[in-house]
Design a protein around this ligand. Structure first.
Ligand code: RP5
Length: 187
């Protein structure tokens, strides 16, 4: 229990350091994907989505927005996003994660949900909360944590690639490099 608390505390410390680093990152000029997270402590996982998208030339609008801690900020941001050129949302949250679901309720744009392992249940709570949307308001749900965030970024890039040949080229190059980087042997 004490060890678990210490690990979480260390992760939070690391995350707040990265959040400061994140603030120094330049905001994308014409963001096409909004990447929302419930807490600045989620950045360490969610940056995987942003790194993938920005690496492919897809600008991101990255925000700490919580459906329960900052409901007004959430509503204002989501309902004005389409007019600002946003084509999709990636939402990462832990615990009883409702960020993706509430975002999807507020916009017809595609919402990609990333459950995060920030609670004592290691993300199982967030996974079920994100994936188990009642019929009518879909959330495309990815794996728990960093790998899920990375795949959400890749999926958003694939959606955009359908109408942007440059992104398609970047996606093809990503796959090619990924394949080339796999060694023949493990030693
Ligand atoms: C969720 O609660 C956030 O997405 C975060 O993963 C979790 C804990 O937030 P903090 O208490 O670490 O800010 O809303």
């Amino acid at each position: 229990m004490a060890a678990r608390k210490a690990t979480r505390k260390a992760a939070k410390k690391k995350a707040s350091g990265s959040a400061r680093k994140g603030a120094a990152r330049k905001a994308s000029k014409s963001p096409r994907v909004a990447v929302l997270m419930g807490s600045k402590n989620d950045w360490e996982s969610m940056r995987a989505a942003v790194d993938v998208l920005e690496g492919m030339g897809v600008g991101c609008d990255v925000r700490v927005i919580s459906a329960h801690r900052t409901p007004d900020r959430h509503h204002a941001f989501v309902t004005s996003a389409e007019a600002r050129g946003i084509q999709a949302f990636i939402c990462g949250a832990g615990f009883a994660a409702h960020l993706a679901g509430v975002t999807a309720a507020l916009t017809p744009l595609p919402v990609l949900g990333v459950p995060l392992d920030s609670s004592a249940l290691d993300g199982m709570d967030a996974l079920l909360a994100t994936v188990q949307m009642p019929g009518g308001i879909p959330v495309a749900t990815f794996g728990i944590g960093k790998a899920g965030a990375k795949n959400a970024g890749l999926f958003a890039a694939a959606m955009i690639a359908g109408s942007d040949p440059k992104v398609r080229k970047a996606l093809d190059a990503f796959r090619k490099k990924q394949t080339a980087d796999v060694p023949e042997r493990p030693f």
